[in-house]
Write a new protein. Sequence first.
Length: 121
Amino acid sequence: MTTILHITSMPEWQAALAVGAYRAPSLEKDGFIHCSTREQVLPVANNFYRGQTDLVLLVIDVDLLQSPLKWEGPINPVTGEAETSNDKLFPHIYGAIDIESVVNVAAFPPKADGTFDLPDV
């Protein structure tokens, strides 16, 4: 089983459970849901979510995804386009994440200094 990770809040995940699919704000803004590999998730969390509480990690089985998955370079904040010269590709989901593809949901609290450790996922 190949898995990827997505950081979200517990209220957003609970809302997704009520409707049967998860739609991150980035799906509307960027056209896809940003995800990470196990190796990528801590730098992402520490750069973009530092100190935030009530977060969870969605563990997504890529074989169960109904929406298209593409591996692309990080998004350039100026152009909004994926950087093609970057050798670190990130998983991007082009559509909603159906609940059935989420095989684990792990609490993702920050440490006292606001940074994160990877839970057992």
